[in-house]
Design a binder for this molecule. Structure first.
Ligand code: ASP
Length: 343
């Protein structure tokens, strides 16, 4: 039977920072499912007290739709790579999440998106950064992996490559959402008012960031990870976070695990979080859960908040975060979807 344990751990690093990571671990046991699929919609959740039942329902539906898309592929014997792409695509099209349609704004009011995908079987990877007109950045990331000799492409060159490969481009206006625009105005007002004057503009996690991601292990035991984001609200044009950086926000290796992160990209890059989980398993012999906690703690020690989802080669799953919540879901026992937001 699938064993699900929810525990709040308080290791020294977390205690020092006054934060406790919330961790969920699921071991495959006698799971009737021959595959694993986990998705996240970012650790930038709306504060619990401000979340209306209608809103919560919308977020849950978004996660459920993403699980359904990936699950359909895995149930049909499809690859983990196709499944993570499909799940992320659904989240990119959903304005509630900070990726694709719901991307946050830069300081100049533009939307610049990043995404990455990695195949654990071959260690092939594709990533894209700073694109403004590609409807589904994750499709472009996969095309870069499969149809170019490169791993990462940026800006205009990446969009030109998209065009040549028949990937849908869209007017920048498509990415406008009122909530994200309002969040930018609020951040700008806080910035202008300075530290003390900014107190009346308390900026929530949800207003600052978010990201979407998926990890999967298919019936052939191949692992894959995908991540897509609009980055952080009010970021400088040209800023790139951890999501498209292979080894920072996204990583997959059949020898160890597949990981997709969300959080303060600057710290996740410096702690090379996604690859760190894999390296701790491979070189230190840690379990997925131990390695994931350690890697997240390292980002936190530097000052980073966020979370990650991961699946290992044996089908163990980990979902953890040191923020107040993370939109997340996984295919549990009997193929039932488990969807959660807060601790
Ligand atoms: N990691 C993303 C970035 O830094 C943002 C997030 O996940 O909240 O671009």
């Amino acid at each position: 039977m699938v064993k699900l344990t929810c525990l709040a751990i308080g290791c020294l690093a977390f205690a020092l920072c006054g934060m406790v990571a919330h961790a969920q671990e699921i071991s495959p046991g006698m799971n009737s499912q021959k595959f694993q699929l986990v998705v996240h919609g970012g650790a930038g959740t709306i504060e619990r007290s401000k979340m209306t039942p209608e809103n919560e329902q919308e977020y849950r539906a978004g996660i459920e739709n993403a699980l359904r898309a990936g699950c359909k592929i895995l149930q049909g014997g499809g690859s983990s790579l196709a499944a993570v792409e499909a799940s992320v695509r659904v989240l990119e099209d959903d304005p509630h999440f900070n990726a694709g349609k719901g991307s946050v704004f830069t300081s100049t009011g533009t939307n610049e998106m990043d995404a990455a995908i990695m195949d654990g079987k071959t260690l092939a990877a594709g990533a894209v950064a700073g694109i403004e007109h590609v409807r589904n950045p994750i499709i472009l990331a996969r095309a870069i992996m499969e149809k170019s000799k490169h791993v990462m492409m940026i800006g205009a060159g990446a969009e030109e490559f998209a065009k040549r490969n028949g990937i849908e481009l869209t007017d920048a206006k498509y990415f406008f959402t009122q909530d994200r625009w309002d969040a930018l105005q609020k951040m700008k007002a806080a910035e202008k008012a300075g530290v003390d004057g900014g107190k009346k503009f308390i900026i929530s996690d949800a207003e600052q960031h978010g990201t979407v991601g998926a990890v999967a292990r298919d019936a052939q035991e191949n692992l894959a990870a995908a991540t897509s984001t609009g980055g952080t609200t009010n970021k400088l044009p040209g800023r790139v976070g951890d999501s498209p950086v292979i080894g920072a926000g996204t990583y997959a290796d059949n020898a160890t695990c597949a990981v997709s992160c969300t959080g303060d990209g600057e710290f996740f890059i410096r702690a090379a979080v996604a690859h760190q989980v894999s390296a701790l398993m491979e070189l230190r012999g840690m379990s997925l859960s131990e390695a994931a906690k350690r890697a997240l703690a390292q980002a936190q020690k530097l000052g980073g908040t966020g979370g990650l989802i991961a699946v290992d080669k044996n089908g163990n799953v980990a979902l953890l975060f040191n923020t107040s919540g993370m939109y997340r879901g996984f295919v549990g026992e009997d193929g039932k979807f488990v969807i959660e937001i807060y601790k």
